[in-house]
Design a protein around this ligand. Structure first.
Ligand SMILES: Cc1cc2nc3c(=O)[nH]c(=O)nc-3n(C[C@H](O)[C@H](O)[C@H](O)COP(=O)(O)OP(=O)(O)OC[C@H]3O[C@@H](n4cnc5c(N)ncnc54)[C@H](O)[C@@H]3O)c2cc1C
Length: 324
């Protein structure tokens, strides 16, 4: 019996799991190397109904993550959790990969190809930490950046003034969720709003009903403590300045690809990126032969479950055409 070629997948989100399943069905031996202690990636953080995956209209993203995880666990695909990538080198057979499995043991794999599926994460405190007056004490328990972290707080927002930073879909969805609860909402964005038409129209209605104030082309120039609140100095143009006094700030300023680890390896440093997102061709090949990238780590424009699932399949099929 011929030996099945091993393919390593970095990242066990939906893209990595989809690719692993396709590779297995196509006759390979996929292994998933996941930084965290569970599979599912961003989906595991989202308790809301996911309306975008055909056939699963009643499922939350967390339930989708659980269903995908169960599927992988029902196979013999090996998953290494909380691993550390120690080295990766190219050789005549493909690549040699060394990982730290746990405090005591290392493992070396001879792999034919590497799939990078490390996803993306919400931009966090880095948006505000260089603003004059920022201190960790000032923002303690009052600034949040995970896309659904306002949901648990909704019951307590009724007398509060809220600032939401960002002008994209997530900022709009958060503003809509909070609109019927908070006393005042300020939606603050550096340029103008870029959101899907439906949610944008909802926000325009809220603005017209005086339930929300939008500050476009605005920058926060300083932050300061003000009794129990955070004071924000806002500049809209050189002549238009104002101050706001807010109880909480929700940061909704987009996402960042998880590609920092590329810099720890001479080989992976050569993977081409644009603004930290990995560049690929139409079948998800990077500029380095044998290295593919799939899912949100390659996709700043259309991140979604179905794109991540499909990209896993695309990469697996291309690999099977070239390696089998
Ligand atoms: C608030 C929000 C709402 C969303 N709503 C929807 C929706 O309704 N419908 C929809 O289709 N999509 C939605 N999405 C997008 C969807 O969740 C993502 O497109 C999808 O989960 C991306 O999957 P992924 O596998 O590419 O990346 P991720 O889910 O980010 O998974 C990447 C995995 O790689 C791991 N990892 C990171 N670095 C390393 C490393 N160095 N080595 C190994 N592993 C690593 C991570 O721990 C993670 O498990 C939403 C996203 C957010 C944030």
């Amino acid at each position: 019996m011929s030996v099945q070629p091993t393919i390593a997948i970095l990242g066990g989100g939906v893209a990595g799991m989809s690719c692993a399943l396709w590779l297995k069905n196509l006759g390979f031996k996929p292994i998933i190397l996941e930084k965290n202690t569970c599979l599912g990636g961003q989906l595991t953080t989202l308790p809301t109904i996911n309306r975008w995956v055909l056939g699963f209209s009643e499922h939350t993203s967390q339930q989708l993550a659980a269903a995908y995880t169960k599927h992988i666990q029902s196979t013999d695909i090996s998953v290494y959790y909380s691993y550390q990538l120690l080295a990766i080198q190219q050789n005549s057979h493909g690549f040699q990969l060394v990982i730290q499995k746990n405090a005591l043991s290392r493992e070396t794999f001879s792999i034919k190809a590497l799939i990078i599926a490390t996803g993306a994460r919400p931009v966090g405190y880095e948006v505000i930490e260089n603003i004059e007056g920022f201190t960790p004490e000032l923002i303690s328990n009052r600034v949040f950046f995970l896309p659904t972290d306002h949901l648990e707080q909704l019951p307590h927002l009724s007398t509060k003034t809220i600032a939401i930073l960002g002008g994209g879909d997530n900022a709009h969805y958060t503003a809509k969720d909070i609109a019927t609860r908070a006393d005042k909402i300020h939606l603050i964005m550096r340029s103008s709003a870029i959101a899907q038409t439906l949610i944008r129209n909802d926000i325009i209605t809220l603005i017209q009903e005086n339930k929300l104030i939008e500050h476009s082309h605005s920058t926060i120039t300083s932050m300061y403590a003000e009794q129990n609140k955070i004071g924000l100095a806002l500049t809209q143009s050189p002549s238009l300045r104002q101050t706001l006094s807010v109880d909480k700030i929700f940061i909704r300023c987009g996402f960042k690809a998880n590609t920092e680890f590329l810099q720890n390896s001479e080989l992976l440093k050569r993977v081409a990126t644009n603004q930290n997102y990995i560049l690929t061709d139409h079948v998800k090949r990077t500029n380095i032969p044998g290295i593919y990238a799939i899912g949100d780590v390659t996709n700043s424009d259309d991140p979604s479950v179905v794109n991540a699932l499909a990209e896993g399949a695309l990469a697996a099929r291309d690999l099977s055409q070239h390696l089998n």
